[in-house]
Design a protein around this ligand. Structure first.
Ligand SMILES: [Zn+2]
Ligand SMILES: [Zn+2]
Length: 375
């Protein structure tokens, strides 16, 4: 079938993207879904920093590519043979499919699925195939999702079935921002009631981490960002106190406020500077948890003796260490019960044609989660 989709032909175009227009809305052709694959009609797709990292070239991917990885949709058709989903199911896409049989999947760590790491790097679906054609040639999938498109063919293992009661625009956020941020708190850090949390970077993932920390019973949540608007939003979403990352006295202020540092500090930016701040805000014996994806050339240095003598822990968190089939329905239920107010992360709703200006707004830090709404 033919449909309209956002195709990235070249990375590293100059900003503003409104002028350079690196993303073109093109007519693409999708192959019908094969065995184990599903055609979805995309309902809503969020603009995330990881898409921006592909657009600006800091996370190189095989191009041309239909970008986008945070989405909700409705199953339109399933491939031949047995399938976990059926036509009409409401689904959320997950940016790491899980094969279910590799060692990490067998250990209950699907975020680390080995075949998924290969297919995501190669720009294919989990099973190794490409289903998108542009001008007769196959082009790449973005982490198995490619949802800045009216329709998408994805592996059944890239989708989680959800309750039809949740609005599909809100549901999209659960596929990346929510599982990454809430999962970092709940699964990776395993924060306990009464712990203190510092969240460095108050974008979609960071604000979701704030929601996760509040829902988990954190005693206090400290927000850090460079942007005053984001600090205000941090307070609205549930931070008890916020500090500007540019404040030269930031570390001392947080140590004073927390009486020695936070039990858990979350790096949610994907930058070395944010990681250094998060590590410095972590108390003796505490844990620094990082979920931001930085430029592969970036390295983070720490004082070795401090790591040893203060018994600090540094943990990476990918996909919030989530088991998406367990966690997405669970976080949706918490949202429905009013305990995880994810709607606070939604900002502008835009059309597919406004995608370049949407990435300008994201790059300039003027927005949280913009959603492309499909008709
Ligand atoms: Zn994302
Ligand atoms: Zn696997």
């Amino acid at each position: 079938m033919k449909c309209r989709a956002a195709v990235l032909h070249k990375m590293g175009a100059p900003e503003p993207y409104t002028n350079s227009r690196p993303i073109k809305i093109e007519e693409i052709e999708l192959d019908p879904p094969g065995e184990g694959e599903v055609l979805i009609k995309v309902a809503a797709a969020g603009l995330c920093h990881s898409d921006l990292s592909v657009v600006n070239g800091s996370r190189p991917r095989p191009l041309p590519m239909v970008i986008g990885h945070e989405a909700s949709g409705i199953v339109e058709a399933v491939g031949p043979g047995k399938c976990l989903l059926e036509r009409g199911d409401h689904v959320v896409a997950v940016f790491v499919p899980s094969c279910g049989t590799c060692i990490p999947c067998s250990e209950g760590r699907p975020a680390l699925c080995e075949p998924a790491a290969i297919s995501n790097a190669n720009g294919t679906l989990l099973e190794g195939r490409k289903r998108i054609k542009f001008k007769g040639e196959y082009i790449s999938h973005h982490v198995g999702v490619s949802c800045f498109s009216e329709y998408a063919v994805v592996s059944q293992h890239s989708l989680v079935k959800i309750d039809k009661a949740i609005p599909l625009d809100l549901a999209a956020l659960f596929g990346c921002a929510v599982i990454t941020g809430v999962g970092a708190v709940v699964n990776t850090a395993q924060l306990n009631m009464g712990d203190t949390a510092a969240v460095v970077g108050l974008g979609g993932t960071g604000l979701a981490a704030v929601l996760g920390a509040k829902a988990s019973g954190a005693k206090s949540v400290i927000g850090v960002d460079l942007n005053e608007n984001k600090l205000e939003l941090g307070l609205e979403v549930g931070c008890d106190v916020v500090f500007n990352g540019k404040d030269p006295d930031l570390i001392n202020k947080v140590r004073d406020y927390t009486d020695g540092g936070a039990d858990f500090a979350f790096e949610c930016v994907g930058s070395k500077q944010a990681m250094e701040i998060a590590y410095s805000l972590t108390r003796r014996g505490g844990t620094t948890c990082t979920s931001g994806l930085s430029d592969p050339a970036e390295k983070f240095a720490i004082q070795h003796v401090n790591l040893v003598a203060e018994e600090k822990t540094i943990k990476g968190s990918y996909l919030g260490s989530c088991i998406p089939k367990r966690d997405i329905p669970s976080y949706i239920e918490l949202e429905r019960n009013g305990r995880l107010p994810v709607s606070q992360l939604m900002s502008e709703k835009i059309s597919l044609d406004e995608i370049n200006s949407g990435f300008d707004a994201l790059s300039q830090g003027n927005t949280v989660r913009q959603l492309i709404i499909f008709g």
